[in-house]
Design a binder for this molecule. Sequence first.
Ligand SMILES: Cc1cc2nc3c(=O)[nH]c(=O)nc-3n(C[C@H](O)[C@H](O)[C@H](O)COP(=O)(O)OP(=O)(O)OC[C@H]3O[C@@H](n4cnc5c(N)ncnc54)[C@H](O)[C@@H]3O)c2cc1C
Length: 454
Amino acid sequence: MVFPSLTPLSSVARIGVRSSAFQSRRFLAQAVSATPKSQDQTKASSYKVVVVGGGSAGISVASTLAETLGDKAVAVIEPSDVHYYQPLWTFVGAGLKTFDESKMPMSEVIPEKAQWIKDSVASFSPNQNTVVLANGESISYDYLVVAAGIQVNWGKIKNLPQTLGKNGVTSNYSSDSVEKTDEFIKAFKGGNALFTMPSTPIKCAGAPQKIMYLAEEQWRKAGIRSQTDIKYFTGLGKIFAIDKYANELLKVCKSRNLNVNYFTDLAEIKPESREAVFNVLGGEAKGTQLTLPYDFLHVTPPMGAPDFIKGSPLANGDGWVDIDKETLRHNKFSNVYALGDCSSLPTSKTAAAITAQSAVLKNNLLGDIFGDKQVAKYDEYTSCPLITGSETLILAEFSGYSGQPQETFPFDQSKERYSTYLLTKEIIPEIYWKYMMKGNWDGPAKFRKWFGTA
Ligand SMILES: Cc1cc2nc3c(=O)[nH]c(=O)nc-3n(C[C@H](O)[C@H](O)[C@H](O)COP(=O)(O)OP(=O)(O)OC[C@H]3O[C@@H](n4cnc5c(N)ncnc54)[C@H](O)[C@@H]3O)c2cc1C
């Protein structure tokens, strides 16, 4: 498969900004003098653009900005030594990819021309155009991009932190336990297998059930399916937000005897008795608790806005960075942008959504710097590749705002397919490392035009 026009200009061309104008920014950048350059490896205390977070969103934006604005005009504040391609963790948890394939040293993904500040942001002072680091140092900026991801609240489930990775309790949502999922699936000898999904927003709302399908397939092939009871518990009222895909997923569950339970939120693990306690959030038993024995328990913990954002002037009432849902510009501070999982964008939190968001953000922020008037708007795109087996996948692509499908291919993507499985397992990771991390991938919108599916 050939992906055309994967150049640094592609993202901007799609959203209607003249590419010649964008090219000329590289030369204009020499003349943008506001930012003092750091001396070699020494960091400065002021940058043209500061990007908070070196995850999928931060790097996809910082790459283009650093390339366009020149040496050390852009700083990326990121505490971690390792960058993870987390969408691969479903495959890792099922033993279909290695953990190593999901990671890259942070030093290799931070753009060469950007300054990596290896620390965490502790607080924001947007009226002073500064962020304060955990070490107490202040860094100032002309423009700020917040891309700090979602916070996984392990401690909100009683006994989860001390139980994780032991005696059949695991989660694909941590770099520490994702390999345990594979180990425990292979070691399982039958019994009660529980899979949970919380009632809070989470990253990749499909991942809690994808690992169930992959585990069920392995236990079936191992000949222990008849002595295995598999239950899925979601704190929500549907198996998936978009009906077109939810209907197909329910058929998969029915045909494979997977028991789906709604409005049930995992609250506690009792490791001694190997029991899981759920709060019942709806129906006749609302307000009660349900306690079930487990032999295998895959937990998707509650998640929410990062604490350091929640308590800041950048946050909306729910703690997310409060941005305009079309332009990604902050609703109060016009030189602040955000994207990805920490943003208030009312869409599914996925790396796929970031592909479209990053192009919009880069266009609008560079437009601010260079005086371009053409404002780009987020097309609401998000996607969730729902892996249903080691050779099958339902490729959900939709508007996170309207809930309407936004499919790329000229076939019904709600059907399980091998082609979309291969795309997700082999091709998209390549696109991620080689193009998205270099700022050169803005999602499949152009393919929708080609295929006439737009
Ligand atoms: C099991 C699993 C399966 C998934 N499957 C898919 C899938 O199939 N398709 C898909 O599109 N998406 C999937 N996702 C979701 C996807 O990985 C995320 O939506 C995406 O990584 C979000 O990017 P982000 O940059 O917003 O956050 P992240 O990639 O999480 O990056 C946030 C970064 O911010 C840094 N940070 C945090 N706090 C601070 C601070 N105070 N100061 C500075 N830096 C900070 C962190 O260290 C991190 O590097 C999956 C995720 C998981 C866990």
